[in-house]
Ligand binder design. Structure first.
Ligand SMILES: Cc1ncc(COP(=O)(O)O)c(C=O)c1O
Length: 351
């Protein structure tokens, strides 16, 4: 199965029709005049909008301009791009399109991002947990031993921070949909899998404007996948799922690549500095290598340290319940990071 020839055979036998929910395949989507008529020309009396005001018109339901720019930037056709109200909506969309409530199963690989599980519970879809190995890598053989509609993998993974190896093997051998969540991909020197969606018909790559692009408030997420998968997501989404304000915010960010790079460089530099400084503290046992904008650190007494930091008005994420003794710290501005280090030094002196 791992030979190129084997891959081709498997690809040609891949049938999206047997994975998507029958009601979604048969769905006739909501249609509006804005599907056909766009732009400022013409008198628009079709959508019961208020003719007065500056935010009075519905946004482009197909986010054409945003997709055009993303398409150009990543050399991926616009037909392979879906825009969601944050990548959390993309995750929800995967369940809506592929998972029959009370019937289908989905695989997650904990410790990982919590919304895969929450979405499964919302949709009443059974979860199979195949934990990451001790080195925080995928246990591919166990994943492959479970029949499931979808497997979610997060690379770089939240909260462990590492890129996952062997995703390609999963793409070749898993019989269902492989979602690769690349929310943090911009923080590492790796093109990720978006460029491979025309090669692997079972691949969905999710990305977001919330992290490296600095637009968490705007809620703009992306899915890259085959045309067939994108068409199913498009017809399932609410017609105006991404507001005009949010589409504009994403376009503005994309039009300022210099600013993006400058901020990214600061965050990467700060990540390095934090790593160096944190490990000097006796309460810090280990800093896990990070390909993201956060550091997972093993400490003496995670719960106590977490409570202390809250009192000091420094809010971090206590991950003790999912990775024992671990706290996850987001890389902030240089001032914020200095404040974190100062608080930790003070704590260290008092114990
Ligand atoms: C791995 C991962 N995926 C997705 C998301 C959600 O991103 P968005 O803000 O685009 O919904 C997060 C947010 O923390 C995340 O860590």
């Amino acid at each position: 199965m791992k030979t190129p020839r084997g891959e081709r055979r498997r690809m040609s036998s891949f049938d999206i029709g047997s994975l998507a929910r029958p009601n979604i395949l048969a769905l006739k989507p909501y249609s509006s005049a804005r599907d056909e008529f766009t732009g400022a020309e013409g008198i628009f009396l079709d959508a019961n909008e208020n003719p007065f005001g500056s935010r009075n018109r519905y946004p482009d339901p197909h986010q054409r301009e945003l997709k055009r720019v993303l398409s150009e930037r990543n050399s991926i056709p616009a037909e392979n791009i879906f825009i969601g109200n944050g990548s959390d909506e993309v995750i929800d969309m995967v369940y809506r399109v592929f998972c029959e409530p009370s019937h289908d199963r989905v695989i997650i690989c904990p410790p990982t991002y919590g919304m895969y599980e929450v979405s499964a519970n919302i949709h009443n879809v059974a979860l199979v947990e195949v934990p990451l190995t001790e080195q925080f890598e995928l246990d591919i053989d166990t994943i492959l031993s479970h029949p499931a509609k979808v497997v979610f993998v997060c690379s770089p993974n939240n909260p462990t921070g590492n890129r996952l190896k062997n995703v390609e093997r999963l793409l070749c051998e898993f019989k269902g949909i492989v979602v690769v969540d690349e929310a943090y991909i911009d923080f590492c020197d790796d093109p990720g899998f978006a460029g491979k969606v025309q090669e692997y018909p079972n691949l969905i790559v999710t990305r977001t404007f919330s992290k490296a692009w600095g637009l968490a408030a705007a809620r703009v997420g992306i899915a890259y996948a085959s045309r067939e998968i994108i068409a199913l997501m498009d017809k399932t989404k609410p017609p105006y799922n991404v507001s005009a304000l949010n589409q504009e915010a994403a376009l503005k960010a994309l039009s300022e690549p210099g600013k993006f790079q400058e901020r990214l460089n600061i965050l990467l530099e700060q990540r390095g500095l934090l790593e160096v400084e944190l490990i000097k503290l006796p309460i810090v046992r280990k800093i896990y290598p990070s390909d993201a904008n956060f550091l997972l650190m093993k400490v003496d007494g995670a719960n106590e340290l977490y409570r202390y930091l809250v009192e000091e008005k420094v809010i971090v994420r206590n991950r003790h319940s999912v990775v024992p003794d671990c706290i996850r710290v987001t890389v902030g501005t240089p001032e914020e990071n200095r404040a974190l280090l100062q608080a930790l030094k003070k704590y260290n002196d008092t114990i």
